[in-house]
Design a protein around this ligand. Structure first.
Ligand code: PMP
Length: 286
């Protein structure tokens, strides 16, 4: 089945969808994105993603090109047209183009470029990696200083993923001034006893939508949450570790820089949080 994508108001076969070579997303990575997961044909935490999108745009002096109800309709229409049961919806909004290359932003009334497409991921919720856990390695965080804005400049995270693969691991945790910021495309956590530790929100990390939900569920389940930085040594010494993101939900980490955590299998807290997250998010999926 040819995938139907959305570009600037039209639903088109992916082979017919085009964007200008002068688009500032292409030339300057001048754009933001969101990834929303789909389970059972429904969107997980759409409101959270729409709110963060609005914030990312506003930090870059861009307006929401359509309100969140209209955005929801586009998401739902793509799910319907592409018959997505489990998968992801990728959304990207760039500053568009006024037909040339210039560092200065084009006039504020220049139309943005809006692209959405689906990715079918059968078995997303039952990912085998969640049973086994993943391995991470640490790398230096060499990204820019506004990681709270979800921009499409993902080259360093992509390089980080390649460094992880070259080291025989699944992902990399990035280190700045001696502490872990986050994973290449996820937030990072360690667990000590009944306490979950994760870096506090700031411009240093992306404010994960899954992070917000998981911390809420953890507190509701009487777990203690400490929002503070931690070192790799502390992580290697922890009882458990995990990551969160819209596409991996809660994913246990069983090895950090070659040091196996606990029994080398997903820990009880991580597994329980994954279960709670999936159960609760499905209840409020729209
Ligand atoms: N941090 C980074 C750097 C990310 O790229 C992502 C996923 N886009 C996350 C954290 C997790 O955010 P979310 O839970 O909203 O997917």
């Amino acid at each position: 089945m040819t995938r139907t994508v959305y570009v600037n108001g039209s639903y088109l076969p992916e082979t017919e969808a085009t964007v200008s070579i002068f688009d500032r997303g292409f030339l300057f990575a001048d754009g933001v994105y969101e990834v929303t997961s789909v389970l059972g044909g429904k969107l997980i935490d759409f409101d959270g993603h729409a709110k963060r999108l609005e914030r990312s745009l506003s930090e870059l002096e861009m307006a929401m090109p359509m309100d969140s109800d209209a955005l929801l309709e586009v998401h739902r229409e793509l799910v319907r047209l592409n018959e997505i049961d489990e998968g992801l919806i990728y959304l990207q909004i760039t500053r568009g183009s006024d037909g040339d290359r210039d560092f200065v932003y084009p006039a504020a009334d220049t139309p943005p470029t809006i692209v959405l497409f689906t990715q079918a991921k059968p078995g997303l919720a039952q990912a085998p990696a969640a049973q086994k856990g993943i391995k991470v390695v640490s790398i230096e965080d060499q990204r820019w200083g506004r990681r709270d804005i979800k921009t499409v400049q993902l080259l360093y995270p992509s390089m980080g993923k390649m460094m992880a693969k070259a080291a025989g691991a699944d992902d990399a945790w990035m280190i700045e001034d001696g502490t872990v910021t986050e994973g290449t495309s996820n937030n990072a956590y360690i667990v000590k006893g009944n306490t979950i530790i994760t870096r506090q929100l700031s411009n240093d990390i992306l404010h994960g939508i899954t992070r917000a939900a998981v911390l809420r569920f953890a507190r509701e389940a009487q777990m203690t949450v400490e929002e503070r930085p931690f070192t790799i040594e502390e992580a290697q010494d922890a009882d458990e570790a995990f990551i969160t993101s819209a596409s991996t939900f809660v994913m246990p980490v069983v090895e950090i820089d070659g040091k196996v955590l606990g029994a080398g299998a997903p820990g009880g807290v991580s597994s329980r949080l994954r279960e709670i997250y999936l159960e609760e998010s499905l209840k409020s999926a729209i």
